[in-house]
Ligand binder design. Sequence first.
Ligand code: ATR
Length: 268
Amino acid sequence: MKKVFGVQGDPIEHSLSPAMHNAAFRKLKMDCEYHAFRVMKKNLKDAIQGAQAMGFGGLNITVPHKEKALEFTNPDTLARRIGAVNTVSFNDGIRGHNTDGLGAELALREAGVGIKSSNVVLVGAGGAARAIAFHFAEKGACVTIANRTPEKAEVLAEDVGCSHAGIEDLKGLLQDSDILINATSVGMHPHIDATIANRDILHPDLAVFDIVYNPLQTKLLHQAELAGAKPINGVAMLVHQGAEAFRIWTGQKPPVEVMRKAVLEGLD
Ligand code: ATR
């Protein structure tokens, strides 16, 4: 019988996950389909348990439910430490996972950038930054967190066991760094003229990774290019977090290029 998968969030109509996963299922000739479900906060528990009761193959959880979903799943160690779930599997009860940090690592890796022993400046202290900070620290990166609201950077750095610094120190921080990550919404459509850094504080030995994928070419990535740094856009993270969810649910090797093509077509 056909297996159903889905993403639960609110709002959800612009999600690219259905296109991405359905393309993967078609490519592997799997009798599965993936849908987007608008779920209100008060219904999240029922929606997750209902999906299990109805024999769903798996779920993604997106904004604004990633933190709340922790309560309604049995989270793995990483999801528990991050405090957020973006993937739910039903192979062994209701398990919560978080593939966002691994998605970011794989996005960098495919651009030829390794994270082990690298000096990473992570800007942001929200959900995306948390996932990246925990995963990168676990993989042996030396992470420094900077955020507009310094108290939040401090709390996250303490949770992870890494450093934090003032956002006004970005220039100095970047001098000895290998990777700059924008894990904020700065530069996202429609605020496309905003950037966390300009070319004058970037340098050619830096990889600049922006988790924003709309627009694909953010102002930050343009500034990175002008500075001779290596720009990496957020589509790769979106694709790889999805690909790792696909691997968890199905045990199959995800067809990453097919998934990427579906996302890029959806962004047009
Ligand atoms: P997400 O789950 O996508 O990470 P979030 O939890 O709302 O979203 O976090 C958004 C992040 O972007 C925060 O780090 C936020 O900084 P604050 O903690 O100071 O709010 C950051 N952010 C959003 N708009 C910003 C702006 N205009 N300038 C700087 N940082 C901004």
